[in-house]
Design a protein around this ligand. Sequence first.
Ligand code: C5P
Length: 289
Amino acid sequence: MDSWTSNFLQFDGPSPCEYDRCFFEDNVLFRHYLKTSVKPFLSAKTRLSIDAFTWWQNIQNEQRNFSFYEETVDMLFGIFPPVPDLGNAKSGGNVTCALVGNSFNLKGSSYGSIIDSKDLIIRMNFAPIEGYEKDVGTKTSHHVMYPESAVDLDKSTHLVLVPFKIQDIEWLIKAFTTGFSGSSYSPIKSKIKANKELVMVVSPAFIKYVHEVWLEEVGDYPSTGFISLVLALNICDEVSVFGFGANSRGQWNHYFEKYTDINLKTGPHAGQHEYNIIQDLDFGKILPH
Ligand code: C5P
């Protein structure tokens, strides 16, 4: 998959069928519009349901309880803005976004200038720019990560944390203050350089919503890239998607490194299913090559 643009504003009318495309019950957008009340980001006022917490607790085997989660989130908003700045204000509206996954298919694509032409540019995990500018662009407005995939950011980039366990929220607090000394399934940065005023934390309830409503519970839980896609649909008026798609062996290999672990495919995520859904969202407006 290379890239495409989907304009979601066109479905905001009273009935989707007034437009030139109609949506039926088996369509992901239809399901999405039936259930749009889940707020993507935590704020100081968010109250997570026990049901959402219990689902979230199981995805990476979190042992601590709901009270501990609530205490940790209270600490979070002692440091970060109580209401996240989404960074999508634009006079006249129509915020265009480039969502950049880490697929090897970006290599040699020359998409850099198209990516840079969007209002917001969303990258994720280890995504490097230096040395890959022609293919991936140079700008980043939002960088989505979890502790095990964290990188330093410049002062103007929004840090979007996707927490998969309570420790991920603890890490965020400590990485900006005393330093984090815990461990995980892979090494974690003790400190991070980023603008704390631009920190946004994805709600566990939103991850559950993406899993249930968008993925119909296929896979253990959604990938960072798929969560980022649904986030982009929430904060952008138009989303162009770049850098998604596994190789012919079904592996999520990257534009920035050689694939070494031949057994690793798409981990706990339903790679092909996510890919199919992203293709369902393609309304045929392919960007020029
Ligand atoms: O591998 P990593 O998780 O850093 O990649 C970010 C996201 O990009 C993944 O979560 C996945 O959604 C997407 N990806 C992909 N095809 C690849 C590599 C990554 O669709 N070959």
